[in-house]
Design a protein around this ligand. Structure first.
Ligand code: HEM
Ligand SMILES: *[C@@H]1O[C@H](CO)[C@@H](O)[C@H](O)[C@H]1NC(C)=O
Length: 508
């Protein structure tokens, strides 16, 4: 016989009432003992908040504000509260020690174009399914990085692609120089890097005159303007309905890029061969299939594969080319540093083509790359984070869902960490025997840390190394006039140099 509980309505009411009372008192007592207050920060105007106080270079304005308010302060960008985090210790607290509490992404207008929330980098959702997604993406990148080269001289497929593209860039530099004398190296460099990413993602390169390829690159420039970290449309909601070019550009780019990628992924499904992984798309398909075969649902849907390729494509394309723009600029501004790198290449590599493996022997060149990353800090902030739950930081209350900016630029220019931080000095990473100090290199904060760390650090560093050494092995880069070129960046999610021109001569 079934047991029947006979409880009267009044008993239920009484129980509910008592429970509510307990809950309320716990809440009140909790709040009383917590006594935590929001972080301090400057006064803000209605509607625009502190937007007008950010100036042209928010990362520098924040360094000024830090002097007054400390490492953790609160701003209003438009109507949205944003906590800015500075100082290595607080940055580590947010990204490592309390990593889980700050691993979300804010719901931002410019991010919302990416793959309807399926994006690895920008999706608002943070949870088990996102963690699995990131693990799979990271596994796919690793398994692809190890896939074998078609020719025997390269250690892997990636190296083969990068070396081929770097040699093509040297040729293009020489052609442009012959044709025009002085030229802007950024356009052709972007094509080179885009082609490496295409090879990585789709196993194929594009002709530099391919229309589809070029239109994608052109729109990319407008798109990046739209995703700069203080895109007003993100912070003043009604801005997004105004016909502002930057806001519209993001729409256009997303569509072009997404169509391009969806088509390539489609092609891969039809030609997929599990015994021969051609690229990252194949690696992702393979990992999805693996899990599918043991009865469980495949961990990545087709949409998610497309959006993962999308993420890797977008991330790998802009950051690496921007880094190279800065490298060329610093090389022509500092001819003596350029000569030192060339001497190292001549001594350690000679005339054969550079390889990933050479990185361990070229200490000065590696120090130069680290110093470029530190000194320019061309990605001044991580992608914005979001508090996944209410958290205490530096004694202040950070409510759930607060948007967090991590000021990596500040950490890389902190005088307590770096002697004469504003000086460009590759030697700071070398010991007295000219060997690279690994622990100093790791102190440079450019790829983020912890749960949200960049997936492409190794690939990016290898790419940059090969392109830099292949160019300097064969060419000498020079500026066109005697004056130093301007190093003031144009602000954005990644900061670019102002347009500049160089000329190149063949080394003899
Ligand atoms: C010099 C080149 C690069 C720099 C400086 C860079 C830097 C960064 C930074 C600062 C973040 C955000 C970290 C955070 O929000 O805390 C990030 C995220 C990311 N990067 Fe990179 N990156 C570079 C190249 C690449 C490349 C080549 C790839 C792909 C092959 C890549 C893939 C990603 C992905 C997928 C994310 C999103 C991770 C997430 O949201 O959890 N990056 N990168
Ligand atoms: C690296 O540099 C740090 C700081 O200057 C120093 O304390 C450390 O001993 C160096 N390590 C090596 C292996 O040279």
């Amino acid at each position: 016989m079934m047991f029947e509980a006979k409880i009267s309505l009044s008993e239920v009411m009484a129980a509910l009432f008592t429970m509510t009372l307990i809950l309320i008192s716990v809440r009140i007592i909790g709040n009383m003992t917590k006594k935590h207050i929001l972080p301090p920060g400057p006064w803000s105007l209605p509607i625009v908040g502190n937007l007008l106080q950010l100036g042209e270079h928010p990362h520098l304005s924040f360094i000024q504000m830090r002097k007054k308010y400390g490492d953790v302060f609160l701003l209003k960008l438009g109507m949205i509260p944003v906590v800015v985090v500075n100082g290595l210790d607080m940055v580590k607290q947010v990204l490592l020690r309390d990593g889980e509490s700050f691993a979300g992404r804010p719901k931002m207008h410019s991010f919302s174009f990416f793959a309807d929330g399926k994006s690895l980098s920008f999706s608002v959702e943070y949870g088990e399914s996102w963690k699995l997604h990131k693990k799979i993406a990271s596994k796919a990148l690793r398994s692809f990085s190890k896939s074998e080269a078609k020719t025997s001289t390269c250690s892997c497929l990636l190296e083969e692609h990068v070396c081929a593209e770097a040699s093509a860039l040297v040729k293009m530099f020489l052609e442009l120089s012959l044709e025009k004398g002085a030229f802007d190296p950024t356009g052709i460099t972007t094509c080179t890097v885009a082609n490496i990413v295409c090879a990585l993602c789709f196993g194929k390169r594009y002709d530099y005159n391919d229309e589809e390829f070029l239109s994608m690159i052109r729109i990319n420039a407008d798109f990046l303007k739209a995703t700069s970290i203080v895109n007003p449309a993100d912070f003043i909601p009604w801005f997004r309905y105004l016909p502002i070019p930057a806001v519209k550009a993001a729409h256009g780019f997303y569509e072009v890029l997404n169509n391009f990628i969806a088509q390539r992924v489609e092609e891969h499904y039809t030609t997929y061969d599990k015994n021969h992984l051609r690229d990252i798309t194949d690696a992702l398909i393979s990992i999805s299939n693996d899990k599918g075969s043991d009865g469980k649902a495949p961990p990545l849907s087709n949409d998610k594969i497309i959006s993962t390729v999308n993420d890797i494509f977008g991330a790998g394309f802009d950051a690496v080319s921007t880094c190279l723009f800065w490298i060329f600029l610093y090389l022509v501004n500092n001819p003596d540093i350029q000569t030192k790198i060339q001497e190292e290449i001549d001594g350690k590599i000679g005339l054969r083509s550079p390889r990933f493996d050479d990185r361990k022997d070229l200490h000065y060149t590696e120090a130069f790359i680290s110093e470029i990353l530190r000194h320019t800090s061309f990605i001044p902030f991580t992608i914005p984070h979001r508090a996944t739950k209410e958290t205490i930081l530096n004694g202040y209350l950070i409510p759930q869902d607060t948007c967090i900016f991590v000021n990596m630029y500040q950490v890389n220019h902190d005088e307590t960490l770096w002697e004469n931080a504003d000086l460009f000095r590759p030697e700071r990473f070398l010991n007295e025997n000219g060997e690279l100090n690994k622990s100093l290199v790791e102190k440079v904060l450019v790829f983020g840390m912890g749960i949200r760390k960049c997936l492409g650090e190794d690939i990016a560093c290898n790419e940059i190394f090969i392109i830099l050494t292949t160019i300097l092995q064969q060419l000498k880069l020079e500026k066109c006039f005697q004056d130093q070129l301007d190093l003031t960046p144009v602000y954005g999610l990644s900061m670019k140099p102002k347009p500049y021109q160089i000329q190149v001569v063949l080394r003899t």
